[in-house]
Design a protein around this ligand. Structure first.
Ligand code: PGA
Length: 253
C-alpha cells in the first residue's frame, strides 16, 4: 500500500548551523510520535546535505536533494550528479520543482532526462508539477498537468514508476499563502491517479503516493491530507520552523 509522506523543501535557506539545529530539533520532536508508517523527509541545500544526512542516521527522518544534473559527470560547472549524491548516501531527489522550471528554464524534456538518470542510479524521485494561475483561470489546469506528466514521467516503465512520488504543486499556491482548497486538491489528485491508472493500471495507480504542495500550514494540513487521494505534502515555508513542520506531520496522527 502507498505511504503517507511529509517532505520539507528548505530551498535556499538555512546555513550549516541552522540546518544542524533544525534537523536535531526535528529528530527529537518526531522520535516518539504516532504517525503510522508516514515518511518524514527534509531537503537541505547541497552544501549541507552530507552533514544533515549524518545527523539523521538512526532516526526516522530521511534526507533528499533538491535537484541534480541529468549527466553523471563531465564539464558542467556548478552542477551535481546523481552519482555524487548516491556517493554521500542520498537516495532521494526532488525533480521538476516549479522554481526550477521557472527560474532555470527546466523543460519537461530535460526533466524526463533527469528522472531517468536518477532512477538509473537507484535513486527515488519526488516529481513536481502543477499549473500556473492563468491555466486555472482559463480552465486548462487538467490539460497542463496531463501534459507535464506525459512529457516528464510517462516514458518510464511500470517498474521504474514504482520509485517515483508525485507532488502536485499549483504554482499559484506556492509561497503565496493561497492554498488550493481540500476539494480542489482532491479533484486534481483523483484526476492524476486516473491518468496513472490509464497508463500503468490500477495496482500502480493505487500504490503511488501523490503529495500536495503549496502553502500547506498546520492550520490546513489535516483537512487537505484527509482527502482520499492526497497522501501527504511537500512543504516549503512551514518546513523551516520545527513547530510548524511537526504540527503538519502530526496531521497523520
Ligand atoms: P510553500 O512551498 O509551502 O512555501 O508554498 C511549497 C513548495 O515550494 O514545495
Amino acid at each position: 500500500m502507498r505511504k503517507n509522506i511529509v517532505a520539507g523543501n528548505w530551498k535556499m535557506n538555512n546555513d550549516l548551523d541552522a540546518s544542524i539545529e533544525l534537523v536535531h530539533e526535528l529528530i527529537l520532536a518526531t522520535d516518539d510520535i504516532e504517525i503510522g508508517n508516514t515518511r518524514i523527509i527534509v531537503a537541505p541545500t547541497f552544501v549541507n546535505l552530507q552533514k544533515v544526512r549524518e545527523i539523521v542516521e538512526g532516526s526516522r527522518v530521511e534526507v533528499a536533494a533538491q535537484n541534480m544534473h541529468q549527466e553523471n559527470s563531465g564539464a558542467f560547472t556548478g552542477e551535481i550528479s546523481a552519482e555524487m549524491l548516491q556517493n554521500i548516501g542520498i537516495n532521494d531527489v526532488i525533480i521538476g520543482h516549479s522554481e526550477r522550471r521557472a527560474y532555470f528554464n527546466e523543460t519537461d524534456e530535460l526533466l524526463a532526462q533527469k528522472v531517468s538518470r536518477a532512477l538509473e542510479n537507484n535513486m527515488n524521485v519526488i516529481f513536481c508539477f502543477g499549473e500556473q494561475l492563468e491555466d486555472r483561470k482559463s480552465e486548462n489546469h487538467f490539460k497542463v498537468v496531463e501534459s507535464q506528466l506525459k512529457n516528464g514521467l510517462f516514458h518510464l516503465s511500470e517498474k521504474k514508476l514504482g520509485f517515483v512520488i508525485l507532488a502536485y504543486e499549483p504554482v499559484w499556491a506556492i509561497g503565496t499563502g493561497e492554498t488550493a482548497s481540500p476539494e480542489q486538491a482532491q479533484e486534481m489528485h483523483a484526476f492524476i491517479r486516473n491518468l496513472l491508472k490509464d497508463k500503468y493500471g490500477n495496482e500502480v495507480a493505487k500504490n503511488t503516493s501523490i503529495l500536495y504542495g503549496g502553502s500547506v500550514k498546520s492550520s490546513n494540513a489535516k483537512e487537505i491530507f484527509s482527502k482520499p487521494d492526497v497522501d501527504g505534502g511537500l512543504i516549503g515555508g512551514a518546513a523551516l520552523k520545527v513547530n510548524d513542520f511537526v504540527a503538519i506531520i502530526k496531521a497523520f496522527s
